[in-house]
Design a protein around this ligand. Structure first.
Ligand code: SF4
Ligand code: SF4
Length: 232
C-alpha cells in the first residue's frame, strides 16, 4: 500500500523541537514518500476555512500523521468534519516546545470535543455563559453537545474543561497537558472539582448560569469576539 506523510501544525505557537521526518526514520518508517504539510490546523477547521481540508484523506493510502499532539489533531479533524477514520492512519508524536504555550495565547482559542470520551452530560453547555456549545438531546450521547460558536469562547478560559468528568474537552493551545490533548490517557475528573465549582449545589448554579446567559446578547458578544480575533 502506498504511504503518505501528513505533518500537522496546530498554529503559530505549535513548534516542533525535532524534525518530523527524522522522527519517522528513527521509528523505522520510510520518510522517502509523499509529504503533505498542513499549517494552522486550528484556524483551518473553523467553518470558514474547513472546505480546503475535505479531500485530505480522500485516497486509499497508508497515512503517517505527525503532530505534537495527535489526540488534539483527531478532535480538530472531527470538529472540522474531515473524514479520516475510514482510512489506515498511524499517528506519530513529534516533540514540541510546550513552554511556548505558557508564554503566549495561541489563536484561535476554542474547545474541541474528544468524541471517544464525551458522555453527552451537557455540563459544558450549561456552564458556559457565552453560548459556545449547543445541546441537542435527540442525538446519541456522544454527539449531543457540539461546539457551535467557537469564537465566542474567551481566550485563556478553560473553565468548562475542568468540570468535564470524562476529560473530553481539549483546548489546543492551553498550557496544561491534561487540557491540551498531550495526554492520551487522562483520568476522570472527580466530583470534588464539580462541587467546588458549583458550591455544593450544581443544579442551582447551572440554572443561574443559564439565566445569566439569556441576559447576554449573544450576537453582540460574538461580533465583538470575532472583531478582536480578526484584529488581534
Ligand atoms: S462536559 Fe464533557 S462529557 Fe459532558 S457533554 Fe461536555 S464534553 Fe461531553
Ligand atoms: S472555556 Fe469558558 S468561555 Fe470557553 S467554552 Fe468553556 S466556559 Fe465557555
Amino acid at each position: 500500500m502506498k504511504t503518505r506523510v501528513i505533518i500537522f501544525n496546530l498554529g503559530s505557537i505549535d513548534r516542533f523541537t525535532a524534525d518530523p521526518l527524522q522522527v519517522l526514520r528513527e521509528g523505522g518508517w520510510s520518510a522517502d514518500v509523499d509529504v503533505v504539510e498542513v499549517a494552522e490546523l486550528a484556524a483551518q477547521v473553523l467553518p470558514k476555512g474547513r472546505a480546503l481540508l475535505q479531500g485530505l484523506f480522500a485516497e486509499e493510502v497508508h497515512y503517517l500523521c505527525c503532530a505534537s499532539r495527535p489526540r488534539t489533531v483527531r478532535a480538530l479533524l472531527d470538529f472540522g468534519n474531515v473524514e479520516f477514520r475510514s482510512q489506515k492512519v498511524t499517528w506519530i508524536t513529534v516533540p514540541y516546545d510546550a513552554g511556548a504555550l505558557k508564554k503566549e495565547h495561541g489563536k484561535p482559542w476554542f474547545p474541541v470535543i474528544d468524541r471517544e470520551r464525551c458522555t453527552g452530560c451537557g455540563i459544558c453547555h450549561d456552564y458556559c455563559l457565552f453560548s459556545t456549545y449547543i445541546l441537542d438531546n435527540s442525538c446519541e450521547p456522544a454527539s449531543r453537545v457540539e461546539v457551535k460558536n467557537p469564537l465566542n469562547c474567551k481566550a485563556g478560559c478553560p473553565a468548562c474543561a475542568r468540570l468535564c468528568r470524562g476529560n473530553a474537552l481539549i483546548f489546543p493551545f492551553c498550557p496544561e497537558a491534561a487540557l491540551n490533548g498531550a495526554l492520551d490517557e487522562v483520568g476522570r475528573t472527580g466530583d470534588d472539582a464539580l462541587l467546588q465549582a458549583f458550591e455544593a449545589d450544581p443544579l442551582k448554579v447551572l440554572a443561574e448560569r443559564r439565566r445569566k446567559r439569556r441576559l447576554i446578547d449573544d450576537k453582540k458578544l460574538a461580533d465583538a469576539e470575532r472583531d478582536s480575533f480578526v484584529g488581534g
